[in-house]
Design a protein around this ligand. Structure first.
Ligand code: AMP
Length: 359
């Protein structure tokens, strides 16, 4: 079976690494000549709205999927006419726009921060009156890794905030005094079978994920699975979906969803019976899902900007290196390490060993 992937970055690369043993082949559409997934399949080097290359991809592939959500809507609509596409266009439409996303949470009764649609500075001034400060202004689309957002602490911060974010449609969210950030990676098959990985604790710095630690019997696991199930069923979703939550007042508030394999699920490559990448491929290919159970205590640390010396990373026991083969650049995710240990205390010391290399 041939899988077409829109995007040829590290997520596409890790999908291909997981799917090759299943006998799958891969083709990637990505305008970057140095797309790092290209080493693992055919590379259609073209813009995401290039009709000729999209037609070629649709003809060659048995099924098409995505490694990022901000794919042009016309691209998805065009592909859907020619080839099965998962997740579906509606899932991408909702997930790429924070207003649609949060409105869906509200409609499904899933707690989320207070929010308001912002089309101009006057909207922002009004919304701040209702929601109060501190609050977070975010562009509705195209924000990632903390980009496209601004924390408003005091009235002076509000004055030019809409222009500072580029005078594009935004939402204002109430600031959540969270005690932790967790994510749930869930997968739903073509026939509606749904499975979830254990909740993961995430630590961000400057808006970029640094560390994910898979939990054991998290008290909010059932609540998170319940919320994710509502979204998956509502969207008739097929594939992996990641759900990011704030932990606050002993419960969860939904932050956002990502309609794809997710950085906070990379630990599953070594840390779970069947990784998020393999399960995504199984789901979209119409295969039975694999077990999402943890196999030990597991964590993932991102390498941002550069990968430490390979010999040093691989010298750490229980440590698995994933080097994405990308050019090193400040702020860019270029690799990660997964740790899988037999007990939680050892895991903590291994995390410290990897962190020492990063520092
Ligand atoms: P996002 O791109 O929405 O995931 O936001 C990036 C990070 O900013 C989150 O992981 C949080 O650490 C922080 N953040 C986003 N929205 C809020 C909020 N409403 N309240 C508090 N912190 C937030």
């Amino acid at each position: 079976m041939k899988i077409g992937i829109i995007g040829g970055g590290q997520l596409g690369r890790m999908l291909a690494l997981a799917g090759t043993p299943l006998g799958q082949q891969f083709a990637f559409l990505d305008p970057a000549s140095d797309a790092c997934a290209a080493a693992l399949g055919e590379h259609l080097c073209a813009a995401y709205d290039d009709r000729e290359q999209l037609r070629q991809l649709a003809e060659d592939a048995d099924v098409v999927t995505f490694e990022f959500e901000s794919v042009p809507a016309e691209t998805v609509a065009f592909l859907e006419q020619h080839v099965p596409v998962f997740p579906n266009a509606e899932s991408l439409r909702i997930a790429r726009d924070r207003w649609f996303e949060k409105s869906m949470f509200r409609e499904l009764g899933i707690p989320t921060p207070e929010f308001a649609d912002i089309q101009c500075q006057a909207d922002l001034n009004n919304a701040v009156q209702n929601i109060g400060l501190p609050a977070v202004l975010k562009t509705r689309t195209l924000g990632y890794d903390g980009k496209g957002q601004k924390l408003l602490r005091q009235p002076e911060d509000v004055i030019d905030a809409f222009a500072e974010l580029g005078s594009v449609p935004c939402i204002l969210e109430g600031f959540v005094p969270f005690t932790g950030e967790v994510s749930l990676v869930a997968v739903r098959s073509r026939d509606g079978d749904t499975r979830c990985y254990p909740l993961v604790h995430n630590t961000h710095e400057q808006g970029i994920l640094r560390l994910s630690v898979a939990s054991t019997e998290h008290p909010l696991q059932a609540q998170a699975e319940n919320y994710a199930g509502r979204v998956l069923d509502k969207l008739n979703y097929v594939g992996v979906l990641a759900f990011e939550f704030f932990e606050v007042d002993g419960g969860l508030k939904a932050n956002e969803i990502a309609p794809r394999v997710h950085n906070s699920g990379h630990w599953t490559i070594e840390g779970a019976e069947c990784s998020q990448f393999e399960n995504h491929l199984r789901a979209i290919a119409g295969l039975p899902l694999g077990s999402t159970a943890k196999v030990g205590e597991s964590a993932m640390l991102n390498f941002i900007g550069e990968v430490p010396a390979v010999a040093k990373v691989t010298a750490i026991p229980d440590c698995h290196l994933h080097h994405y083969g990308k050019e090193f650049k400040p702020g860019r995710k270029v690799g990660h390490a997964t740790l899988r240990c037999t007990d939680a205390a050892v895991l903590q010391s291994r995390i410290a060993e990897v962190q020492a290399l990063i520092d």
